[in-house]
Design a protein around this ligand. Sequence first.
Ligand SMILES: *Cc1c(COP(=O)(O)O)cnc(C)c1O
Length: 233
Amino acid sequence: MGADRREQLARNVTLVRQRVARASVAAGRRPEDVTVVAITKTRPASDVRILSELGIVNVGESRDQEARPKVDACADLGLTWHFVGQLQRNKAGSVARYADVVQSVDRAPLVDALARAATSRGRQLGVCIQVDLAGDRAGRGGADPQEALRLADLVADREGLDLLGVMAVAPLGSDPAEAFGRLATVHDQITSRHPGAVMRSAGMSGDLEAAIAAGATHIRPGSALLGARAPLK
Ligand SMILES: *Cc1c(COP(=O)(O)O)cnc(C)c1O
């Protein structure tokens, strides 16, 4: 069972690395400039451990309750933890304890709560502004493009926070190339004011090629690495 799982994940990691290599070359980019953040939500710490042995160093989670014990169980692995889920302000203190990067910052009160939590813990938190590409704030969070610029300025000014860049999810049923193109436009506006904020987190299992073509520096595959998930409850 354990050995089977390891083989399965090794195969998946190889496949994702091949897709990254192919898409990078097609885009005239270097594969090593695309960082894989493995999204391990709903998966046990034992899977994270196997991914770590397979060379994955960036891991992402989307729910605080689930992430907290997993991070603790993997504390010896030296991983970089990304929080990518919708975040309630009252969870900011908890997330600031273990996350290295919060990719899903999409409103001012959250900036405030994270900054206060980070400084009180003597930590420095990386932050991405999540951009809503659907234009309806429907499902998955994100600030509209105008708001994203304003939030980037806010984050850049706050002690305890480092503005790293932007994150987005392509809307369901959209053309990901078009959606990620809009993300690139917003990101360019942000980097013109904050030249260090070069992180562009885009692309999941189904659309990582389109994201790489649109300049993603970080992709977030989950199911391509770990298999199909049971629906989140
Ligand atoms: C679940 C999730 C992913 C991974 O999705 P897959 O389709 O399994 O690759 C990536 N990003 C975010 C924000 C997620 O919530």
